[in-house]
Design a protein around this ligand. Structure first.
Ligand code: PLP
Length: 378
């Protein structure tokens, strides 16, 4: 039966437990699984680093959410989003070339510069809002175009279908970090991407209480089998309880995303009209440079935004210091609204504007959030 993503998520692709009838899944803490008398493992599990029933369920659900129920997509879960990202780069080979966005999660840029450049991976960082910049960066050894849209922290929008077609013409793979949108708002595989990466720490987990990551592949390709090999041999895997918590979070993903988007739209419009704020980076605003592309490839514009405060760094710090409802903390995608001065979190090599505050808009009443920002902005 064809199911819509809301149905897949709400049921977490789970059937009541065969042995007990339990409607919520049990947590399988066992690290090892019994072998049959004939030496087979007919129940499918051998050792928990390699596979575990809770991880198996999470991977199955993520593949369905990102890939639809054709059943072709496959997923591998990791102990963090960064472990998932690193595994994708590790599955390439020294000497390969990656094109990555000039605005992306700071940790991804650091992985490429500080870990994978010494290993032999070459990276060109470009502004992907202009597809010609990406076409110009293609080299004979380009093996991957890494996309992150909306981007962290400037909410730049990249045309995924365009990137996938440039990658295909170059004989490269297109991988998309879909963390900020979640599969409820954007499905890169349906737009031609080969791989999707998630920090499940964010919207998928959704409650600021579990760290995790995932790679979803459009098919069980040779490249994905290498990702599976690294997952198994390196063992940067989530615990059964981490998987269980993430699965539980995903059950409410659909309704949470509706509320995140509605709240973020209201907060963005308030900030947009505020005399001490310019610009507001939110793709749902009609004057955002990526608005049309976002409207074409996203179901809604997401719960993340950033804005720049008149008066520079000190003024931005002052606003962050005065909020009462927003929590001053890094990360995103949970029920509580968070605010952070991004440049100081990223460190001395940050290219993020010094007057920028990044906001993860939570599930509170939007009027309360707006009142809090209004008093903090003065
Ligand atoms: N990708 C994006 C877009 C992120 O925002 C983050 C973290 O903020 C990551 C990846 C890394 O995820 P994790 O913290 O789970 O390693």
């Amino acid at each position: 039966m064809n199911m819509n993503p809301e149905t897949i998520a709400a049921q977490a692709a789970h059937q009541p437990d065969l042995a007990t009838g339990a409607v919520a899944p049990p947590i399988y803490l066992s690290t090892t699984f019994e072998r049959d008398p004939d030496g087979e493992y007919s129940r499918g599990f051998v050792y928990s680093r390699s596979d575990n029933p809770n991880r198996h369920s999470l991977e199955h659900l993520l593949a369905l959410l990102e890939g639809g129920d054709s059943g072709e997509a496959v997923a591998a879960a990791f102990a963090s989003g960064s472990a998932a990202t690193a595994t994708v780069f590790q599955a390439l080979a020294p000497g390969d070339h990656v094109i990555a966005p000039d605005d992306c999660y700071h940790g991804t840029a650091r992985l490429l510069r500080e870990v994978f450049a010494p290993w032999g991976l070459q990276t060109t960082f470009v502004d992907m809002t202009g597809p010609e910049n990406v076409r110009d960066a293609v080299q004979p050894n380009t093996r991957m175009i890494w996309v992150e849209t909306p981007s962290n922290p400037l909410l730049k929008i990249t045309d995924i279908a365009e990137m996938a077609s440039i990658a295909q013409a170059a004989g490269a793979l297109c991988a998309c970090d879909n963390t900020w949108a979640s599969p409820m708002l954007q499905r890169p595989l349906s737009l031609g991407a080969d791989l999707v990466v998630h920090s499940t720490t964010k919207y998928l987990g959704g409650h600021e209480d579990v760290t995790g990551g995932a790679v979803v592949s459009a098919s069980d390709s040779e490249f994905f089998r290498r990702i599976r090999l690294i997952q198994n041999i390196y063992g940067a895997v989530p615990s059964p309880f981490d998987c269980w918590l993430t699965l539980r979070g995903i059950r409410t993903l659909h309704v949470r995303m509706l509320a995140h988007c509605a709240n973020a739209g209201k907060v963005a419009r308030f900030l947009h009209d505020h005399p001490y704020v310019a610009p507001v980076h939110y793709p749902g605003l009609p004057d955002h440079p990526g608005h049309a592309v976002a409207a074409g490839q996203m179901a809604d514009f997401g719960g993340m935004l950033s804005f720049q405060v008149a008066g520079g760094r000190d003024a931005a710090m002052d606003v962050a210091g005065k909020v009462r409802l927003f929590v001053r903390a890094t990360s995103l995608g949970g029920t509580q609204s968070l605010i952070e001065h991004r440049a100081s979190i990223e460190g001395p090599d940050s290219t993020t504007p010094d007057d920028l505050l990044r906001v993860s808009v939570g599930l509170e009443n939007a009027d309360d959030l707006i009142a809090d920002l209004a008093q903090a902005l003065g």
